[in-house]
Design a protein around this ligand. Structure first.
Ligand code: ZN
Ligand code: ZN
Length: 264
């Protein structure tokens, strides 16, 4: 049976400081779920657990107390609205969440590709060339898999996102240069651990020039037995609205079935 787009496990509310949409409330997110038949959704605001040192001022404001302002999340019949977060992995490979906070989360989205946050999430040198970006992409992915985490409720965010590098040609070249052998090893381990692989709406908004390099990554993941969840990564109402069509596109292009679904 074809994969039904009944989940969205990566959504930001207005509590994320980069949202800038006062209408991006839990109620609006629940209304989106009702409209599009989404049964499992998760709020994942940007989060740094301030029990872990090394945060920036921007992250320091987005602590547990702050993201908890969304609770209790509104619920509706037939819909599970979960509470989670999008944490961070800094340039020292420090994951910004303690075991204690992990227990309080239904789902934890881990981004390894915030290459735009130079000098914080990565060093300038780590993302200066195609070769460096490929190495950094692999290193950070491998590091997450080496940690002691509750992997059944962990998702790897936007592995093929445009944050990898601002130049479009460099972006395509970087994805093209990701070696199949290393990717196969990583995705095989990810499948064994039960980590969810995100199909991010923005990543699935590829154009003709980037389609194949983006999809190749997920085809390899699928062949390795990885399970996929959908992530609008919406920060605004408008971004919520455009996600379902992009999810459908990903499901079609990758030929996903219900067996490929990550179940939380
Ligand atoms: Zn992110
Ligand atoms: Zn996000």
């Amino acid at each position: 049976m074809k994969y039904t787009g009944d989940n969205d496990l990566h959504i930001h509310s207005r509590l994320s400081l980069c949202s800038h949409d006062d209408n991006q409330t839990p109620e609006a997110i629940l209304a989106y779920a009702k409209k599009y038949g989404i049964k499992n959704l998760c709020l994942t605001d940007h989060f740094w657990d301030t029990d872990i040192p090394g945060y920036t001022q921007w992250y320091g404001k987005q602590n547990y107390e702050h993201i908890s302002e969304a609770k209790p999340l509104p619920q509706a019949d037939g819909i599970r609205f979960l509470f989670g977060c999008e944490t961070e992995l800094d340039r020292h490979l420090t994951l910004a969440i303690t075991k204690e906070k992990m227990e309080l989360m239904d789902f934890i989205v881990i981004p390894t590709t915030h290459f735009h946050m130079t000098s914080f999430a990565v060093t300038g040198e780590q993302v200066a060339t195609t070769e460096a970006r490929v190495k950094t992409w692999i290193e950070r992915f491998a590091h997450v898999l080496s940690l002691d985490l509750p992997f059944k409720k962990v998702g790897l965010a936007h592995l093929t996102c445009r944050l990898i590098t601002p130049d479009f040609n460099d972006y395509v070249e970087t994805l093209k240069a990701l070696p199949e052998k290393e990717m196969t090893e990583l995705f095989t381990k990810a499948a064994e651990l039960g980590v969810g692989i995100e199909l991010n709406a923005d990543d699935m908004n590829f154009c003709a020039e980037s389609e194949e390099v983006v999809l190749r990554v997920y085809r390899i993941a699928k062949n390795c037995g990885c399970k996929f969840y959908l992530g609008s990564d919406a920060h605004t109402n408008k971004e919520l609205e455009r996600a379902p069509a992009l999810f459908e596109r990903a499901v079609e292009k990758l030929g996903l079935t219900e067996d490929d679904k990550f179940i939380i």
